[in-house]
Design a protein around this ligand. Sequence first.
Ligand code: ADP
Ligand code: MG
Length: 482
Amino acid sequence: MGYYSDKYEAVIGLEVHAQLLTKTKLFCADPVFFGAAPNTQISPISLAYPGTLPKLNEAAIELAVRLGLACGCEIEERNYFARKHYFYPDLPKGYQISQHTTPICKGGTVSISTSAGERDVQLNRIHLEEDAGKSIHDLYDDYSAIDYNRAGVPLVEIVTEPDMHNGEEAAAYLTELRELVRQLGVCDGNMEEGSLRCDANISIRPIGSKELGTKAEVKNLNSIRFLKKAIDYEVQRMIDLVESGETVKQETRSFDAATETTFSIRTKEDANDYRYFNDPDLPAFVVMEDFKQRVKAALPELPKERKTRLIQQYQLNVKDATRLASEKPWMDYFEAGVKAGASPQQMANWMLGLIRSYLNEQEAGIENLSLTPLLLSQLIALIEDGSVSHTVAVQQLFPLLVKDGGEPRALAVSLNLIQERNTDTLSQLVEEVLDRMPEKVQEYKKGKKGLIGLFVGEVMKLSKGKADPKMLNQLIADKLKS
Ligand code: ADP
Ligand code: MG
């Protein structure tokens, strides 16, 4: 069954550009610095003055290899840079230095989690290239302005196979990828500032068909929400076209955030001819085995490994493990709580239930929660040892603790919420209630066992809601046996 229709399947491949967190540009020592005044982070090299030559920045290679290894890619040993020619004012050389026949990383996967479950999205390649400058068309009435600060900033382009089938999957992929590049220190992942940019290639085909349909490419989606909206809109547009007997044109489109629709910016009559050839100014560079091993050894624990550990070490189910593993601060919070004594499953339940919805509401991160892992473990302990009921913990203590922090037991005491668990006290209350309703007691003894709820309720009232309901049930049942 299709996600959008029972006749057509959507096919999506993403191209993501990520600016690498190097100090300097890919082929010269100009600083890489976002937000600097226009045309201050430039030199004759990034402006392509005659006679200047590029010199490769090793830090960029290391970051690309780091990302490739984290995605399980094969790393190309012998790499060439190619010139990709096109004319554009923000491209001073008249060509972009990119990789063409030898992308530094090949294959690999990114694991995603959607409402349909867990799966791996197949990557085609990750290659290194330089960014272009920026044309600014809305600053002056009669001119366009150009800022060359970005020219030559190192990028990796991460290209997937046409392997996704709806907007939700694409959004999950981009979320995972953004998290991954951040954790690896490869890119800051900031989509608003343009350090992570996404183009979506979209087509449809009849369900069951293996051939790819004609695609449209929606350029420069600068948020994950827009990516999903653009795909949903585009797929529906294509289905409507085909259903009304028309064909999908191969074209480049843009997303209009105001109307949440896409519009055509150019149709691709022919494939672009970029006249690629290896850049004669740059010799091949070789990724040595020991370099690769060094980068590999320094990789942090990745979401996939965290997930495995959550399942094996803490016996969580796959769903909980996936959700906790996807962001490192969540994993850290979880492990700190378990270390402080909470049971892993209780930690997971609280975090993925109440805490998650609270944080979503507040649009806040778990790092800044006043209810620290230690305090949450204390709250869980209060429930486990019967000091407070689960309901009291959820409805009364939790809302105060997430707002202001504080020690759970002290708070429960100060609010007079500690459950009455003294057998003598509870027995007295039980007797008082049973004495008051002799007929009901007789009915119960004759077999109307459902009346126990009434007795519990009455004793609860008498205790002002503080009796431990479990103990109460037991006490009443025992008393009525004799
Ligand atoms: P182009 O040369 O137009 O950039 P590529 O073959 O390099 O095309 O693919 C670019 C991206 O588009 C990749 O992510 C690829 O998976 C995706 N893609 C290619 N063909 C299709 C298609 N028919 N439908 C959806 N995505 C596609
Ligand atoms: Mg493309």
